[in-house]
Design a protein around this ligand. Sequence first.
Ligand code: SF4
Length: 63
Amino acid sequence: MKANVNKDLCIGCGACQAIVPDVFELEDDGLAHCKLDSIPDDQKEDVIDASESCPTGAIEVSE
Ligand code: SF4
């Protein structure tokens, strides 16, 4: 699984970082990014949760 943050949509609310800090973090520009090229199995559920919780739909998840 891969995850990507569309920075054109991200508003920097920090929800994704709060849900799964091992995967998402806010950068110096105040917007989130995905730290990992590939999401480990034990983080997938939390990444999907973060994606569904993002208020702007900025987190794109793909296999
Ligand atoms: S939850 Fe969405 S809007 Fe909020 S920081 Fe993460 S990617 Fe950006």
